[in-house]
Design a protein around this ligand. Structure first.
Ligand code: GDD
Ligand code: MN
Length: 411
Protein backbone atom coordinates (compact mmCIF):
# COMPACT_ATOMS: atom_id res chain seq x y z
CA UNK A 1 0.00 0.00 0.00
CA UNK A 2 2.66 2.50 0.97
CA UNK A 3 6.12 2.85 -0.38
CA UNK A 4 9.15 3.18 1.88
CA UNK A 5 9.03 6.96 1.77
CA UNK A 6 5.46 6.97 3.09
CA UNK A 7 6.59 4.93 6.08
CA UNK A 8 8.40 7.96 7.40
CA UNK A 9 5.00 9.52 7.96
CA UNK A 10 3.50 9.24 11.43
CA UNK A 11 0.41 7.11 11.78
CA UNK A 12 -2.84 8.97 12.30
CA UNK A 13 -4.98 7.76 15.15
CA UNK A 14 -8.56 7.24 14.10
CA UNK A 15 -10.28 6.57 17.40
CA UNK A 16 -11.83 9.21 19.66
CA UNK A 17 -10.01 12.49 20.19
CA UNK A 18 -8.38 11.71 23.49
CA UNK A 19 -4.87 12.37 24.69
CA UNK A 20 -3.29 9.82 26.98
CA UNK A 21 -1.53 10.50 30.30
CA UNK A 22 1.80 9.37 29.01
CA UNK A 23 3.17 9.50 25.50
CA UNK A 24 2.00 6.53 23.47
CA UNK A 25 4.61 3.79 23.17
CA UNK A 26 6.16 2.99 19.86
CA UNK A 27 5.36 6.28 18.20
CA UNK A 28 8.63 7.97 18.89
CA UNK A 29 12.14 7.01 18.02
CA UNK A 30 12.69 5.64 21.51
CA UNK A 31 9.26 6.02 23.14
CA UNK A 32 10.60 8.30 25.85
CA UNK A 33 9.10 11.46 27.26
CA UNK A 34 10.51 14.78 26.17
CA UNK A 35 9.94 18.30 27.38
CA UNK A 36 7.98 19.92 24.57
CA UNK A 37 5.98 18.97 21.50
CA UNK A 38 4.89 21.65 19.09
CA UNK A 39 2.17 20.89 16.55
CA UNK A 40 2.08 22.84 13.30
CA UNK A 41 -1.24 22.31 11.52
CA UNK A 42 -0.97 22.96 7.81
CA UNK A 43 -3.22 23.17 4.83
CA UNK A 44 -1.68 24.43 1.61
CA UNK A 45 1.43 25.90 3.22
CA UNK A 46 3.94 24.62 0.70
CA UNK A 47 5.70 27.98 0.37
CA UNK A 48 5.94 28.45 4.12
CA UNK A 49 6.76 25.10 5.60
CA UNK A 50 10.52 25.01 5.07
CA UNK A 51 10.92 28.49 6.50
CA UNK A 52 8.78 27.66 9.50
CA UNK A 53 10.67 24.50 10.34
CA UNK A 54 14.00 26.23 9.95
CA UNK A 55 13.12 29.20 12.16
CA UNK A 56 11.45 27.11 14.85
CA UNK A 57 14.34 24.65 14.93
CA UNK A 58 16.97 27.35 15.22
CA UNK A 59 15.04 28.93 18.05
CA UNK A 60 14.25 25.81 20.04
CA UNK A 61 17.68 24.23 19.52
CA UNK A 62 19.10 27.03 21.66
CA UNK A 63 17.36 25.91 24.83
CA UNK A 64 15.89 22.49 24.15
CA UNK A 65 18.23 20.67 21.81
CA UNK A 66 17.20 17.01 21.71
CA UNK A 67 14.36 17.64 24.13
CA UNK A 68 11.62 18.83 21.81
CA UNK A 69 9.83 17.80 18.63
CA UNK A 70 7.95 19.50 15.82
CA UNK A 71 4.90 17.71 14.49
CA UNK A 72 3.47 18.86 11.16
CA UNK A 73 -0.12 17.72 10.73
CA UNK A 74 -1.14 18.24 7.16
CA UNK A 75 -4.63 17.54 5.87
CA UNK A 76 -3.51 16.00 2.61
CA UNK A 77 -2.96 19.40 1.03
CA UNK A 78 -3.37 19.45 -2.75
CA UNK A 79 -0.08 21.38 -2.93
CA UNK A 80 1.53 18.40 -1.15
CA UNK A 81 2.78 20.35 1.85
CA UNK A 82 3.26 17.05 3.66
CA UNK A 83 5.69 15.93 0.99
CA UNK A 84 7.82 19.03 1.37
CA UNK A 85 7.76 18.61 5.14
CA UNK A 86 8.74 14.99 4.79
CA UNK A 87 11.72 15.88 2.65
CA UNK A 88 13.03 18.00 5.53
CA UNK A 89 13.04 15.13 8.01
CA UNK A 90 16.62 14.06 7.41
CA UNK A 91 17.92 17.54 8.02
CA UNK A 92 15.71 18.03 11.10
CA UNK A 93 15.59 14.85 13.17
CA UNK A 94 13.15 16.42 15.65
CA UNK A 95 10.58 16.80 12.86
CA UNK A 96 7.66 14.40 12.49
CA UNK A 97 5.07 14.58 9.76
CA UNK A 98 1.51 13.37 9.64
CA UNK A 99 -0.61 13.26 6.51
CA UNK A 100 -4.30 13.06 7.36
CA UNK A 101 -6.49 11.70 4.62
CA UNK A 102 -9.67 10.70 6.41
CA UNK A 103 -10.39 13.70 8.56
CA UNK A 104 -10.21 17.46 8.11
CA UNK A 105 -10.25 20.63 10.15
CA UNK A 106 -7.83 22.69 12.17
CA UNK A 107 -8.88 21.73 15.69
CA UNK A 108 -8.94 18.00 15.16
CA UNK A 109 -5.60 18.23 13.32
CA UNK A 110 -4.04 19.73 16.43
CA UNK A 111 -5.42 16.98 18.64
CA UNK A 112 -4.29 14.23 16.26
CA UNK A 113 -0.83 15.75 16.46
CA UNK A 114 -0.88 15.85 20.26
CA UNK A 115 -2.01 12.23 20.31
CA UNK A 116 1.32 11.07 18.93
CA UNK A 117 3.33 13.66 20.85
CA UNK A 118 5.96 12.67 23.40
CA UNK A 119 6.15 15.99 25.21
CA UNK A 120 5.00 16.88 28.69
CA UNK A 121 4.09 20.28 27.32
CA UNK A 122 1.91 20.35 24.23
CA UNK A 123 1.82 23.41 22.00
CA UNK A 124 0.42 24.68 18.73
CA UNK A 125 1.54 27.36 16.29
CA UNK A 126 0.27 28.33 12.83
CA UNK A 127 2.30 27.18 9.86
CA UNK A 128 2.26 30.50 8.05
CA UNK A 129 4.58 32.61 10.25
CA UNK A 130 1.73 34.85 11.38
CA UNK A 131 2.55 33.79 14.94
CA UNK A 132 5.98 35.25 15.82
CA UNK A 133 8.17 32.29 16.90
CA UNK A 134 10.13 34.40 19.44
CA UNK A 135 7.10 34.33 21.72
CA UNK A 136 7.59 30.58 22.21
CA UNK A 137 10.34 31.17 24.74
CA UNK A 138 8.08 33.35 26.90
CA UNK A 139 5.22 30.88 26.66
CA UNK A 140 7.49 28.04 27.70
CA UNK A 141 8.83 30.12 30.54
CA UNK A 142 5.30 30.79 31.83
CA UNK A 143 4.56 27.09 31.94
CA UNK A 144 7.85 26.35 33.67
CA UNK A 145 6.89 29.00 36.23
CA UNK A 146 3.76 27.05 37.06
CA UNK A 147 1.06 27.97 34.56
CA UNK A 148 -1.08 25.11 33.24
CA UNK A 149 -1.85 26.97 30.06
CA UNK A 150 0.09 29.78 28.36
CA UNK A 151 -1.71 31.72 25.66
CA UNK A 152 -0.22 34.15 23.16
CA UNK A 153 -2.65 37.06 23.17
CA UNK A 154 -3.31 39.98 20.87
CA UNK A 155 -5.15 41.82 23.60
CA UNK A 156 -2.63 42.25 26.40
CA UNK A 157 0.44 44.46 26.72
CA UNK A 158 2.70 43.99 23.73
CA UNK A 159 -0.08 42.46 21.67
CA UNK A 160 -1.95 43.61 18.59
CA UNK A 161 -2.76 42.99 14.96
CA UNK A 162 -0.73 44.44 12.16
CA UNK A 163 -2.95 45.67 9.34
CA UNK A 164 -6.50 44.63 10.03
CA UNK A 165 -9.47 46.44 8.55
CA UNK A 166 -12.17 47.82 10.84
CA UNK A 167 -14.49 45.11 9.53
CA UNK A 168 -12.12 42.32 10.46
CA UNK A 169 -11.52 43.75 13.93
CA UNK A 170 -15.25 44.10 14.41
CA UNK A 171 -15.93 40.51 13.34
CA UNK A 172 -13.21 39.21 15.61
CA UNK A 173 -14.44 41.17 18.62
CA UNK A 174 -18.05 40.39 17.77
CA UNK A 175 -17.28 36.69 17.84
CA UNK A 176 -15.64 37.16 21.22
CA UNK A 177 -18.63 39.04 22.70
CA UNK A 178 -20.99 36.42 21.38
CA UNK A 179 -18.87 33.78 23.03
CA UNK A 180 -18.87 35.71 26.28
CA UNK A 181 -22.66 35.65 26.25
CA UNK A 182 -22.80 31.93 25.51
CA UNK A 183 -19.89 30.76 27.59
CA UNK A 184 -18.72 33.39 30.05
CA UNK A 185 -16.95 30.78 32.15
CA UNK A 186 -14.74 29.81 29.22
CA UNK A 187 -14.17 32.93 27.15
CA UNK A 188 -14.05 35.12 30.23
CA UNK A 189 -10.87 33.42 31.39
CA UNK A 190 -8.56 34.78 28.69
CA UNK A 191 -8.22 38.07 26.86
CA UNK A 192 -7.84 36.42 23.46
CA UNK A 193 -9.94 33.26 23.33
CA UNK A 194 -9.58 33.21 19.54
CA UNK A 195 -5.84 32.62 19.77
CA UNK A 196 -4.48 29.61 17.96
CA UNK A 197 -1.07 30.02 19.54
CA UNK A 198 -0.67 28.47 22.97
CA UNK A 199 0.72 25.59 25.01
CA UNK A 200 -0.70 23.45 27.78
CA UNK A 201 0.53 20.83 30.20
CA UNK A 202 -0.30 17.35 28.98
CA UNK A 203 -1.79 16.34 32.32
CA UNK A 204 -4.39 19.12 32.06
CA UNK A 205 -6.01 17.67 28.98
CA UNK A 206 -5.11 13.99 29.27
CA UNK A 207 -7.97 11.56 29.65
CA UNK A 208 -10.78 13.89 28.65
CA UNK A 209 -12.58 13.32 25.41
CA UNK A 210 -12.26 16.37 23.18
CA UNK A 211 -14.85 17.12 20.55
CA UNK A 212 -14.11 20.35 18.72
CA UNK A 213 -15.50 21.70 15.47
CA UNK A 214 -13.75 24.31 13.38
CA UNK A 215 -10.86 26.53 14.27
CA UNK A 216 -10.98 27.40 17.93
CA UNK A 217 -9.14 24.60 19.67
CA UNK A 218 -8.30 26.83 22.64
CA UNK A 219 -11.97 27.01 23.64
CA UNK A 220 -12.09 23.25 23.79
CA UNK A 221 -8.98 23.07 25.95
CA UNK A 222 -10.28 25.63 28.45
CA UNK A 223 -13.83 24.26 28.52
CA UNK A 224 -13.05 20.57 28.87
CA UNK A 225 -9.53 20.55 30.25
CA UNK A 226 -8.47 20.75 33.83
CA UNK A 227 -6.79 24.10 33.66
CA UNK A 228 -6.15 26.07 36.84
CA UNK A 229 -3.57 28.75 36.20
CA UNK A 230 -3.50 30.58 32.87
CA UNK A 231 -0.73 32.89 31.71
CA UNK A 232 -0.91 35.28 28.79
CA UNK A 233 1.89 36.69 26.66
CA UNK A 234 1.33 39.57 24.24
CA UNK A 235 2.09 39.08 20.55
CA UNK A 236 1.47 40.91 17.30
CA UNK A 237 -0.41 38.89 14.72
CA UNK A 238 1.73 39.39 11.61
CA UNK A 239 0.57 39.64 8.02
CA UNK A 240 0.84 36.62 5.83
CA UNK A 241 3.67 36.75 3.31
CA UNK A 242 3.00 33.49 1.48
CA UNK A 243 -0.14 31.51 0.76
CA UNK A 244 -3.57 32.54 1.94
CA UNK A 245 -5.88 32.25 4.93
CA UNK A 246 -8.34 29.38 4.90
CA UNK A 247 -10.96 31.29 6.83
CA UNK A 248 -14.32 31.63 5.06
CA UNK A 249 -17.87 32.18 6.33
CA UNK A 250 -17.90 28.46 7.09
CA UNK A 251 -15.54 29.03 10.04
CA UNK A 252 -17.99 31.51 11.55
CA UNK A 253 -20.79 28.99 11.35
CA UNK A 254 -18.54 26.33 12.85
CA UNK A 255 -17.62 28.70 15.64
CA UNK A 256 -21.29 29.14 16.55
CA UNK A 257 -21.75 25.40 16.39
CA UNK A 258 -18.77 24.90 18.65
CA UNK A 259 -20.03 27.43 21.20
CA UNK A 260 -23.44 25.82 21.27
CA UNK A 261 -21.99 22.36 21.67
CA UNK A 262 -19.73 23.41 24.54
CA UNK A 263 -22.63 25.21 26.15
CA UNK A 264 -24.79 22.11 26.03
CA UNK A 265 -22.21 19.53 26.97
CA UNK A 266 -19.98 21.13 29.59
CA UNK A 267 -20.72 22.13 33.14
CA UNK A 268 -20.58 25.88 33.55
CA UNK A 269 -18.81 25.96 36.87
CA UNK A 270 -19.15 29.09 38.92
CA UNK A 271 -21.82 30.46 36.63
CA UNK A 272 -24.66 30.70 39.11
CA UNK A 273 -25.29 34.41 39.22
CA UNK A 274 -28.43 36.12 40.50
CA UNK A 275 -29.40 37.52 37.13
CA UNK A 276 -28.65 35.43 34.00
CA UNK A 277 -27.34 38.29 31.92
CA UNK A 278 -26.35 36.16 28.92
CA UNK A 279 -29.81 34.68 28.65
CA UNK A 280 -31.35 38.09 29.00
CA UNK A 281 -29.28 39.51 26.14
CA UNK A 282 -30.24 36.58 23.94
CA UNK A 283 -33.86 37.04 24.88
CA UNK A 284 -33.57 40.72 23.93
CA UNK A 285 -32.03 39.90 20.55
CA UNK A 286 -34.79 37.42 19.84
CA UNK A 287 -37.35 40.08 20.80
CA UNK A 288 -35.74 42.42 18.31
CA UNK A 289 -36.04 39.83 15.57
CA UNK A 290 -39.74 39.63 16.44
CA UNK A 291 -40.16 43.34 15.72
CA UNK A 292 -38.95 42.80 12.19
CA UNK A 293 -41.21 39.80 11.68
CA UNK A 294 -44.16 41.79 12.99
CA UNK A 295 -43.41 44.71 10.69
CA UNK A 296 -42.97 42.52 7.63
CA UNK A 297 -46.21 40.60 8.16
CA UNK A 298 -48.12 43.79 8.90
CA UNK A 299 -46.89 45.17 5.61
CA UNK A 300 -47.77 42.02 3.66
CA UNK A 301 -51.28 41.87 5.07
CA UNK A 302 -52.42 45.44 5.45
CA UNK A 303 -50.52 47.64 3.03
CA UNK A 304 -52.74 49.06 0.26
CA UNK A 305 -50.21 47.80 -2.28
CA UNK A 306 -50.38 44.22 -0.98
CA UNK A 307 -53.39 42.42 0.54
CA UNK A 308 -54.98 45.55 2.05
CA UNK A 309 -56.66 43.67 4.90
CA UNK A 310 -58.09 45.65 7.85
CA UNK A 311 -55.42 46.99 10.16
CA UNK A 312 -56.49 45.36 13.43
CA UNK A 313 -56.94 41.95 11.92
CA UNK A 314 -53.53 42.27 10.24
CA UNK A 315 -51.89 43.36 13.46
CA UNK A 316 -53.27 40.43 15.44
CA UNK A 317 -52.00 37.95 12.87
CA UNK A 318 -48.63 39.72 12.64
CA UNK A 319 -48.22 39.68 16.43
CA UNK A 320 -49.02 36.02 16.70
CA UNK A 321 -46.55 35.13 13.97
CA UNK A 322 -43.92 37.26 15.70
CA UNK A 323 -44.64 35.49 18.98
CA UNK A 324 -44.24 32.17 17.21
CA UNK A 325 -40.94 33.36 15.73
CA UNK A 326 -39.69 34.43 19.13
CA UNK A 327 -40.77 31.20 20.71
CA UNK A 328 -38.84 29.12 18.19
CA UNK A 329 -35.64 31.11 18.72
CA UNK A 330 -35.96 31.15 22.47
CA UNK A 331 -36.59 27.44 22.56
CA UNK A 332 -33.69 26.66 20.25
CA UNK A 333 -31.25 29.24 21.57
CA UNK A 334 -32.02 31.36 24.64
CA UNK A 335 -33.23 28.42 26.69
CA UNK A 336 -31.77 25.62 24.62
CA UNK A 337 -30.24 23.85 27.60
CA UNK A 338 -33.64 23.58 29.28
CA UNK A 339 -35.53 22.75 26.11
CA UNK A 340 -33.08 19.93 25.34
CA UNK A 341 -34.18 18.15 28.47
CA UNK A 342 -37.84 18.19 27.47
CA UNK A 343 -38.09 17.71 23.76
CA UNK A 344 -41.41 15.86 23.47
CA UNK A 345 -44.18 17.56 21.55
CA UNK A 346 -46.53 18.01 24.46
CA UNK A 347 -43.75 19.74 26.40
CA UNK A 348 -43.05 22.05 23.52
CA UNK A 349 -46.73 22.85 23.05
CA UNK A 350 -47.05 23.62 26.72
CA UNK A 351 -44.10 25.99 26.61
CA UNK A 352 -45.54 27.72 23.57
CA UNK A 353 -48.89 28.20 25.28
CA UNK A 354 -47.25 29.60 28.42
CA UNK A 355 -45.07 31.87 26.33
CA UNK A 356 -48.17 33.22 24.56
CA UNK A 357 -49.92 33.96 27.83
CA UNK A 358 -46.88 35.63 29.36
CA UNK A 359 -46.41 37.78 26.27
CA UNK A 360 -50.09 38.73 26.30
CA UNK A 361 -49.77 39.83 29.91
CA UNK A 362 -46.61 41.65 28.83
CA UNK A 363 -48.64 43.57 26.27
CA UNK A 364 -51.12 44.65 28.94
CA UNK A 365 -48.26 45.74 31.19
CA UNK A 366 -46.76 47.62 28.26
CA UNK A 367 -49.94 49.64 27.71
CA UNK A 368 -50.50 50.29 31.41
CA UNK A 369 -46.91 51.46 32.04
CA UNK A 370 -46.99 53.63 28.92
CA UNK A 371 -50.10 55.41 30.23
CA UNK A 372 -48.83 55.78 33.76
CA UNK A 373 -45.45 57.16 32.76
CA UNK A 374 -46.86 59.45 30.10
CA UNK A 375 -49.60 60.89 32.33
CA UNK A 376 -47.77 61.12 35.62
CA UNK A 377 -43.99 61.09 35.11
CA UNK A 378 -42.57 62.06 31.71
CA UNK A 379 -44.94 63.72 29.28
CA UNK A 380 -43.05 62.47 26.25
CA UNK A 381 -44.75 59.56 24.56
CA UNK A 382 -41.59 58.07 23.03
CA UNK A 383 -39.54 58.09 26.18
CA UNK A 384 -42.56 56.75 28.03
CA UNK A 385 -42.91 54.05 25.42
CA UNK A 386 -39.23 53.07 25.74
CA UNK A 387 -39.64 52.70 29.48
CA UNK A 388 -42.81 50.67 28.98
CA UNK A 389 -41.04 48.38 26.51
CA UNK A 390 -38.13 47.89 28.92
CA UNK A 391 -40.44 46.98 31.79
CA UNK A 392 -42.44 44.60 29.61
CA UNK A 393 -39.24 42.97 28.33
CA UNK A 394 -37.96 42.32 31.82
CA UNK A 395 -41.37 40.93 32.77
CA UNK A 396 -41.49 38.71 29.70
CA UNK A 397 -38.01 37.45 30.30
CA UNK A 398 -38.25 36.82 33.98
CA UNK A 399 -41.62 35.14 33.96
CA UNK A 400 -40.81 33.00 30.95
CA UNK A 401 -37.57 32.00 32.59
CA UNK A 402 -39.33 30.94 35.74
CA UNK A 403 -42.45 29.60 34.13
CA UNK A 404 -42.10 28.49 30.55
CA UNK A 405 -38.55 27.17 30.40
CA UNK A 406 -38.39 25.19 33.55
CA UNK A 407 -37.46 21.58 33.91
CA UNK A 408 -40.62 20.04 35.30
CA UNK A 409 -39.73 16.36 35.13
CA UNK A 410 -38.05 15.36 38.36
CA UNK A 411 -35.47 12.69 37.69
N1 GDD B 1 -4.27 20.50 9.21
C1 GDD B 1 -5.02 21.58 8.93
N2 GDD B 1 -6.33 21.40 8.54
N3 GDD B 1 -4.51 22.81 9.05
C2 GDD B 1 -5.29 23.87 8.75
C3 GDD B 1 -6.63 23.75 8.35
C4 GDD B 1 -7.16 22.43 8.23
O1 GDD B 1 -8.32 22.23 7.90
N4 GDD B 1 -7.13 24.99 8.15
C5 GDD B 1 -6.13 25.84 8.40
N5 GDD B 1 -5.01 25.18 8.77
C6 GDD B 1 -3.72 25.75 9.16
C7 GDD B 1 -3.16 26.73 8.17
O2 GDD B 1 -2.37 26.11 7.19
C8 GDD B 1 -2.34 27.62 9.11
O3 GDD B 1 -1.09 27.03 9.38
C9 GDD B 1 -3.15 27.64 10.37
O4 GDD B 1 -3.93 26.46 10.36
C10 GDD B 1 -4.03 28.87 10.51
O5 GDD B 1 -4.88 28.97 9.42
P1 GDD B 1 -5.16 30.35 8.66
O6 GDD B 1 -6.16 30.08 7.61
O7 GDD B 1 -3.89 30.98 8.28
O8 GDD B 1 -5.91 31.15 9.81
P2 GDD B 1 -5.89 32.70 10.15
O9 GDD B 1 -4.57 33.29 9.89
O10 GDD B 1 -7.05 33.39 9.57
O11 GDD B 1 -6.25 32.59 11.71
C11 GDD B 1 -5.31 32.19 12.60
O12 GDD B 1 -5.09 33.25 13.44
C12 GDD B 1 -5.94 33.43 14.51
C13 GDD B 1 -5.50 34.62 15.31
O13 GDD B 1 -6.38 34.90 16.21
C14 GDD B 1 -5.62 30.88 13.31
O14 GDD B 1 -4.45 30.33 13.82
C15 GDD B 1 -6.45 31.05 14.49
O15 GDD B 1 -6.39 29.84 15.22
C16 GDD B 1 -5.90 32.18 15.30
O16 GDD B 1 -6.64 32.32 16.43
MN1 MN C 1 -2.90 32.54 9.08
Amino acid sequence: MSNSKDNLLSTVQSDILLISDSPPAGTGIDGETIHFSLVIPTYKERENIQNVIQILSRLLDESLLGNYELIVVDDDSPDRTWEVAQSLMTEYPQLRVMRRQNERGLSSAVIRGWQIARGNILGVIDGDLQHPPEVLAQLLHSIEQGADLAVASRHVDGGGVSRWSAVRRFLSRGAQVLGLIFLPGVLGRVSDPMSGYFMVRRRCIAGVQLNPVGYKILLEVIARGNVAEIAEVGYVFCERKQGESKVTWKQYVEYLHHLLRLRLTTKQVGQKSAFPIGRFLRFGLVGLSGVFVDMAILYLLSDPSTLALPLTRSKIIASEIAIFNNFLWNDAWTFADVAMQQQEWHHRAKRFLKFNLVCLAGLVINVVVLNLVFNFVIPNRYIANLIAIAVATVWNFWVNLKLSWRVTDVK
